[in-house]
Design a protein around this ligand. Structure first.
Ligand code: FAD
Length: 414
């Protein structure tokens, strides 16, 4: 793999940038791998990368039915944070945030991680109590978190309307939170994993599993049968479809979640602002577009698009809070299929089938966890037992009742 650097940029400029290597190969599937990862989103690619880099297992294939990053990884609003309520969540999201901080250097690929600060607004007494409880819990876990008065919010976002129908009573700030470039994350992991020998196989759908004596021995795909000693499924909104193929059920609902971006404008917003109660969250991309997250539809679907009423319910509060944006044009709107659990926490788990592992249930907020999730999932697959950070997120918690209820911390879909 050619290292990307200022020198390689200069060297290639001599030839008008005609000689760049392909970032990753496009191999035909081999007959057998040590590990097959189903799903070429950020989490699947990160798993493959850490399997090769940290666990010494590079005979790995990532099988993707479309193109890598074409699922929720390339459709999200790119918010990264670790300010969740419970210790278990602090464990995994903070592990991820620490990996984000050096990810561009680690992958030799600019994922444009931008820790620009993230505000959670509080609009009523309940919100104030929620951010009070969560803010203190976050600080007890050693994670950065500050309470802001309305005046301090105004200092950070001078054009915000504090006295609107949803008055701003305070906010919780995570200074290390921010955004990253979503598809660069998929491409960076793909390139680095490929360089260590991982085969990334696109346009190849997993249509079934080979299971003998309750142990997985491979996958049936649209490009033939592939044997594998272990299989990791990381397919987000389609996880219950894959679980069904393997003969068990997951406590997951798949719903469309949508987002929209405006026409680009000059820099105006240099932090991320979220508001759970009125469901408005907004940031500005490097291109200048306002990136606005909408809510999820209230019905199950695999349609990768959302309903119009959800857009209306999102844009209304945005305009109330930021009247300055009221005449902006929206350029694009899209949806992704998110895999939601009842406690709004993910599932990283062994399954009823031996050597088959699932990583899913990230719902509306898994982008931020990509490096941490891939890292602990790789170690779990390699050792055949869940990594301590992943352990509490087993699918069996829905039987034992040991739920990790992050409903409030995940209050708005992001
Ligand atoms: C509109 C929107 C906004 C969001 N905003 C945020 C945010 O701001 N911050 C945040 O942290 N999270 C956010 N999320 C959630 C986040 O995007 C996801 O949790 C995360 O990207 C999931 O990554 P993944 O790799 O698990 O799944 P995906 O990226 O969806 O990858 C799964 C892959 O599996 C493939 N696949 C499915 N079935 C098969 C099969 N049978 N065979 C082979 N391949 C298969 C799919 O094609 C897909 O590429 C948002 C999501 C949406 C939709």
């Amino acid at each position: 793999m050619n290292r990307y650097s200022i020198f390689s940029l200069l060297r290639n400029s001599v030839n008008y940038h005609q000689d760049w290597q392909r970032a990753w190969r496009s191999p035909d599937p081999k007959r057998e791998y040590d590990v097959v990862i189903v799903g070429g989103g950020g989490h699947g690619l990160a798993t493959a990368y850490y399997l090769a880099k940290e666990c010494g297992i590079s005979n790995v294939a990532v099988i993707e039915k479309g193109w890598i990053g074409g699922g929720n990884t390339g459709r999200n609003t790119t918010i990264v944070r670790s300010n969740y309520l419970y210790d278990e969540s602090a464990g995994i999201y903070e592990h991820a945030l620490k990996l984000w901080e050096n990810l561009s250097q680690d992958l030799n690929y600019n994922v444009m991680f931008s820790p620009r600060g993230l505000l959670h607004l509080a609009h009523n007494v309940h919100d104030m109590q929620e951010i009070g409880r969560r803010g203190n819990a976050i600080r007890l876990n050693g994670i950065d978190s500050q309470f802001l008065t309305p005046a301090q919010v105004k200092e950070m976002v001078p054009f915000i309307n504090l006295e609107c129908r949803y008055p701003v009573m305070g906010a919780l700030l995570q200074p290390r939170g921010g955004t990253a470039r979503h598809d660069a994350v998929a491409w960076g992991y793909a390139r680095a994993a490929d360089a260590m020998g991982v085969d990334i196989i696109q346009n190849c759908e997993v249509q079934g599993f080979k299971i003998e004596n309750n142990t997985v021995t491979g996958v049936e795909t649209s490009r033939g049968s592939i044997s594998a000693k272990k299989v990791g499924c990381v397919v987000a909104g389609h996880c219950s479809v894959l679980a069904d193929m393997a003969g068990f059920r997951l406590p997951i609902e798949s719903v469309p979640l949508q987002a929209l971006v405006s026409e680009p404008i000059k820099p105006i917003l240099d932090c991320v602002v979220m508001s759970g109660s009125v469901h408005a969250y907004i940031s500005q991309s490097d291109k200048g577009e306002l990136v606005i997250g909408a809510g999820s539809d209230l019905y199950n679907s695999y349609s990768q698009r959302g309903s119009f009423d959800v857009i209306e319910a999102t844009v209304g509060p945005v305009v109330e809070l930021y009247p300055i944006f009221s005449r902006m044009k929206m350029l694009r709107q899209w949806g992704g299929i998110v895999d939601v659990t009842v406690d709004r926490s993910p599932i990283l788990t062994k399954t009823p089938v031996n050597n088959m592992f699932f990583n899913c249930g990230w719902g509306t907020g898994g982008f931020k966890a990509t490096p941490g999730s891939g890292n602990v999932f790789a170690h779990s697959i390699a050792r055949g037992d869940m990594h301590p950070i992943a352990e509490p997120f087993s699918m069996y918690r829905f039987i034992s009742g040991a739920l990790i209820d992050e409903g409030a911390a995940a209050a708005v879909a992001h």
